[in-house]
Ligand binder design. Sequence first.
Ligand code: SF4
Length: 398
Amino acid sequence: MNTSLMTSTEFYPMCLEKGDLKDFLTKISTNSRPVVVFGASIIGKIVIDLLDILDLQPLCFCDNDVKKQCQLFHGYEVISFVKLCADYPDAPLVIAAGRYFNDIKQQLTNAGFKKIYSDLDVISCIDFKKVPFSKVEKIVWYMAKLGKLSEIRDFPAGSLHIPRLNVVVTSCCTLNCEHCSSLMPYYETQSNFDVSMIIASLDRIFECTNLIYHVEVLGGEPFLYKDLPLIMNHLLGSGKILHIDVISNGTILPTDRVFLALKHKNVSVVIDDYGRLSVKKESVVNALKRFGIDYRINKHWAWADLGGFESRKRSEEQLTELFTKCNFNSCTELLDGKLYRCPRSSHGTKIGVVPEYIVDFIDILDLTIKEDFFKEKLRSFLYDKNFIRISLLQLKGN
Ligand code: SF4
């Protein structure tokens, strides 16, 4: 599974026409619908939330994907590029498209559009110090991902934040995908992880962290895990998590008890859509709508072959470069009472295809590690690591 959101900073510069959007947005009246958002995607939803902080709404969405056109996206019409050119030739546009930003900007520029902005430009229009935290709460995780959390909130010195924590609840899965990044098909015996061990591990992490920006609850298939409601209650009860995504492959329709446990403003269900294999996708979506649970669908386009586990004989310098460039280097994964920095590392170690490199994980339930030292060990594990030893073994062709 690969559900990581690619933020836009890597793909385009901020403030294409510096100041223009701010002037424009501050001059118009609130409750207006001043801009068209290009990209009916997760970043598009963030732009809705950003405009909402300014008491504004988008005019509509535009998207090149014909399947999204003529449908509503969070209540807004999604129009085609042809209709955009015909009906709104002078509209300011906010591109909400991550890695496709440059392509879309080119498309719009070629068509004569001049006022082209990004989600970062909208962020630059907000004076976060004047906005109550309750109003910005839903985009805090995105601000954290952009490294802009300090614009929103002051945290005490010594605070420990975890950018992303995967909580693996089961190695059971209904599918058997050859290139599964969590190596599920390679478990000899698939099983559910003990709920009390997961809760004890989470408690130890919560005790020494101030904030966790983003949690993913995943497997395997988490809807096979009967104690999912207990895990959700425990995560939500901690008060330390900004957002939780539960990742499903769309093959299981859970019971109402599970849906009730997922119904929370900080929870989204992410359905990885494997086409005809995701046999329950539509019934899950209908139930999510019925319960009022936020969700998104990740269309699965292609598999990446992450390679085997044979040694690449890399130097520490090469490992550091590889780790620095990795899109997932802010990730941590809790598996079976141990905290790792990568799913390949956690599952590879668990199934025995990777040696147990003791520097690549923390044994969360090792009570011989005293609390103060544990917090520093965790901080160092999160922020001081230049590479993990497993990088010696993976990424085919590199
Ligand atoms: S559906 Fe199951 S086997 Fe396939 S990628 Fe997801 S976790 Fe792995």
